[in-house]
Design a protein around this ligand. Structure first.
Ligand code: HEC
Length: 484
């Protein structure tokens, strides 16, 4: 990681505490007995009370019963945060001190106490505060089924994907009842389905709309089930029908995988009009280092699907010429800097090690040879975080916020946010605002927290910020009330 000063950490910590405006509930598992809770209470007093307070209401560290879960509210997340700690913020790791059973008892005890505290879970907030703005938050669409991506064709019209395979339209602030008909069939299973939607840089002249999705082929001999890979098509929407479809990227079918996760799938265009998209490692981590196959990579193609002559591996034998960078675990956030034209990405780490990267031609981002994360069961993937010839992330996070959705702020409504990065997070249920100085993150703040898992964040042409929440499928529109 690039240098982080103590001041910066304090800013982050302060930002989180001040700008958390909502919270989310979590339920005890319900299987704890009175006896378990008593022994957990003793463990809690022995190991946790000095920081989190004898009554769990906070002290040197935050309250554990206020329904604000900064690092994820699912019992699994709480368990991992206790087991592995959050070392840069001063939360110790209990991996070597408490057994898994004891940690589970403590988690049940905390969730039970939280339930008994009677604190209500607030819904989606109608007002937010950031360092620079008081912000109005309004719901523009509800009842969507796993919305994944939003793109605006003008201030009044946007397309939204729903992962089960529907392309929806929002017009003048209203979600139209009918999905666009005739869009490609997708494999909606695991993390796959209809994923990103993007519009051509010359959309007003040519009307091209691009979709990424998980494409399924039949079961191959020896496979336990059908195989799938990320595929990109473009088409035009005529009336409310998908038409003129062209396949822009379809990987060789022998590279398809039977797994159902890590499809990546963001699509962006640079100022010259080249199309970049990500494919996750598809759960085969070592593939990310193999440039003869598509997974674990960023690809760069022309808008008609042909390969640009200046791609980094175009002249190499046995290599996929569409590959632009490799060693990328699972990129689900991509955005192009409005002034520099650089392509930025956020990538899911394993447990820990979520990364922000500047994507450049031919770079190896290191997965799984170097990483700041570990396996979900706590075992070590690699002790290496650096290696010659592999890029360091521009920034990384531990534990993992689970990033999805990325956009540079552009527009006139929040002028002080110009060129800052809006970053959505699934697990942390938040949108972060990152300030960059060249390629370094110099400030991080949380704009919205706890309203739901964030799948996408996008600026409208005018500069309103739209936040796509996964569960329940909701789209929020953020506009300024006043500058502070
Ligand atoms: C030395 C002080 C200290 C001790 C002891 C400690 N914690 Fe923490 N804990 C922290 C700090 C600091 C944070 C991060 C606070 C922040 O930045 O929001 C934290 C965060 C957490 C979180 C994440 C909360 C969230 O919002 O997602 C959990 C859960 C937690 N602690 C549980 C425990 C438990 C259980 C114990 C005892 C086994 C314990 N802590 C002991 C300091 C401590």
């Amino acid at each position: 990681m690039k240098t982080i000063s103590a001041t910066f950490l304090l800013l982050v910590l302060g930002g989180m505490l001040v700008f958390i405006t909502t919270c989310q509930s979590s339920q005890p598992t319900g299987q704890e007995t009175e006896e378990d809770l008593r022994s957990a209470a003793l463990l809690y007093q022995q190991y946790c009370a000095t920081c989190h307070g004898t009554d769990l209401n906070g002290g040197n560290a935050q309250s554990l019963v206020d329904k604000v879960w900064n690092f994820g509210d699912h019992p699994n997340y709480i368990t991992r945060n206790i087991k592995f700690g959050i070392s840069h913020l001063g939360m110790p790791s209990y991996e070597d001190i408490l057994s898994d059973e004891e940690i589970k008892e403590i988690v049940d005890y905390i969730l039970d106490a939280e339930k008994k505290s009677g604190i209500e879970e607030p819904g989606v907030p109608s007002e937010l505060e950031s360092v620079e703005y008081r912000i109005k938050s309004e719901v523009v669409a509800e009842g969507l089924e796993i919305p994944w991506s939003i793109v605006f064709i003008n201030e009044n019209k946007a397309f939204v994907t729903e992962r089960p395979g529907r392309l929806r339209v929002i017009e003048n602030g209203v979600l139209l009842p009918d999905a666009v008909s005739g869009t490609p069939e997708v494999l909606h299973s695991g993390q796959g389905g209809l994923l990103d939607v993007a519009i051509d840089p010359d959309y007003s002249q040519n009307g091209w709309v691009y979709l990424s999705f998980s494409h399924e082929i039949g079961q191959r001999p020896g496979d336990s089930r059908t195989a799938a890979m990320t595929k990109i098509v473009r088409g035009k929407i005529v009336g409310n029908t998908w038409s003129n479809e062209q396949v822009i990227f379809e990987a060789p079918h022998e590279t398809y995988k039977t797994t159902r996760h890590h499809y990546g799938s963001r699509i962006v265009f640079d100022p010259e009009g080249f199309l970049y998209f990500s494919i996750g490692d598809r759960g085969h981590s070592n593939d990310a280092q193999d440039i003869s196959i598509p997974n674990g990579k960023v690809q760069r193609i022309n808008r008609d699907g042909t390969i640009p002559g200046d791609n980094p591996f175009v002249d190499k034998e046995g290599v996929m010429a569409s590959i632009y960078s490799f060693g990328n675990r699972n990129i689900q956030g991509m955005a192009v800097h409005p002034e520099t034209g650089q392509v930025w990405s956020t990538e899911h780490g394993p447990m820990g090690g979520d990364e922000l990267n500047l994507i450049e031609a031919g770079n190896n981002y290191g997965w799984p040879v170097i990483t700041y994360g570990r396996n979900y069961n706590g075992t070590i993937i690699t002790h290496e975080t650096h290696r010659e010839g592999m890029q360091q992330p521009n920034y990384y996070w531990n534990p993992s916020p689970a990033f999805c959705g990325l956009d540079f702020y552009q527009g006139n409504l929040f002028p002080k946010w110009k060129n800052k990065l809006l970053v959505g997070a699934l697990k942390y249920e938040e949108v972060k605002l990152l300030t960059l100085a060249d390629d370094r993150v110099i400030h991080e703040e949380v704009v919205i927290k706890g309203a739901g898992r964030v799948r996408d964040v996008e600026c409208s042409p005018e500069g309103a910020v739209y936040v796509v929440l996964n569960d329940p499928g909701t789209i929020l529109k953020l506009t300024p009330i006043a500058e502070k």
